[in-house]
Design a protein around this ligand. Structure first.
Ligand code: XMP
Length: 321
């Protein structure tokens, strides 16, 4: 199926919402649907849209995959509870970590996350609940990057010829698929989401797994999680599109308390971009970079080196994996 992009200049949010609500109601009919909320902009907007269209016929889960940021699950649950949307936190940490064990290749890691998410976790959920539909916040850029072969975004299925009905037992509904991130933010605002939610920097579905080079282990997740929270604290005042910390696989020789310390390297990235299709590194001041480096090397155990990525996208991409 050819997907026609709705450009930001053409997007009339009330028409768009009305049309998507109508389509979701007609697709789900008398049945009901499930969706996963990660707290990223796309899944938050799709959750609100879905609840507007389907009310109690939609059940929303926060999948705790063990790869999320610090305190993310409870934070997101409480934001949505305040908006009147019930969220169930589903603990799937062990399933994701065991699927990722031993994998180092980026596309194999992405595939393991896709399979765990769609086949294992949601496959079981729909079997138990009888839901026939999974609602998700795929956006136009996700499709474009996957089709172009740049990165297989975790949420692309039908466009890769995967029949979800046959493989997993449910149909995927993607009401945001014709718009890009700036459009999604406009729709979120029109749906009454607070600014703090629709203007959050993007966060990928496979979460911190896209920021760990090489094998993913509980220790590495904790390292990148701590570094992420420092980078986010230090850069949240900027107007950058997205900022993140990446954990390299190779260790390097460092020096601590007069002794050799063979430790981890963290790469900081901060992007100026409109819609993630292309990006430029933000020209951060050296004072900010020094503060980030100092905090990471002091507060994150085992890190002896911090670098700042100065390459553009392309040829870089926003995440590392
Ligand atoms: P890249 O790394 O491809 O990222 O330049 C472009 C934008 O997409 C986000 N991203 C993902 N989002 N599933 C998602 O939902 C994914 O598998 C995924 N990979 C990257 C990334 O954070 C950036 O905003």
């Amino acid at each position: 199926m050819e997907i026609k992009e709705i450009k930001i200049e053409e997007l009339d949010t009330s028409d768009f919402i009305e049309k998507q609500v109508r389509q979701l109601r007609s697709a789900v009919g008398d049945g009901f649907a499930v969706n996963a909320l990660s707290g990223g902009v796309d899944s938050s907007v799709v959750t609100m849209l879905g609840h507007k269209a389907l009310g109690s016929k939609l059940k929303t889960y926060f999948i705790e995959n063990g790869l999320m940021r610090k305190d993310e699950a409870n934070q997101i649950k409480s934001w949505f509870n305040e908006l009147g949307v019930e969220i169930e936190i589903l603990d799937a940490k062990d399933r994701f970590l065991s699927a990722l064990k031993g994998l180092t290749d980026p596309e194999e890691k992405r595939e393991a996350i896709t399979q765990t998410f769609y086949k294992d976790v949601f496959g079981d959920l729909v079997k138990q609940s009888g839901a026939k539909h999974l609602l998700q916040g795929t956006i136009y850029t996700d499709v474009e990057e996957t089709i172009a072969g740049i990165k297989r975004q975790h949420n692309i299925l039908e466009q890769l010829g995967i029949n979800t009905e046959e493989k997993f037992g449910y149909t995927v509904l993607e009401p945001l698929i014709q718009i890009r991130k700036p459009g999604v933010r406009k729709v979120g605002e029109a749906l009454g989401l607070p600014g703090i939610m629709y203007s959050r920097p993007p966060f990928p579905g496979p979460a911190l797994a896209t920021r760990i080079i090489g094998e993913i282990t509980p220790e590495k997740i904790e390292t990148v999680r701590l570094a992420t929270s420092i980078v986010e604290e230090e850069l949240s005042h900027t107007v950058a599109f997205q900022y993140l910390a990446i954990l390299h696989d190779d260790k390097v020789t460092g020096l601590r308390d007069g002794r050799r310390d063979y430790g981890y390297q963290i790469e900081v990235r901060c992007w100026d971009s409109n819609d993630a299709t292309t990006g430029k590194p933000t020209r951060l001041s050296f004072d900010i970079l020094e503060k980030i480096s100092e905090r990471i090397t002091i507060e994150v155990p085992g890190v002896v080196s911090v670098t700042y990525n100065i390459a553009t996208k392309p040829p870089s991409t926003i995440e590392a994996v």
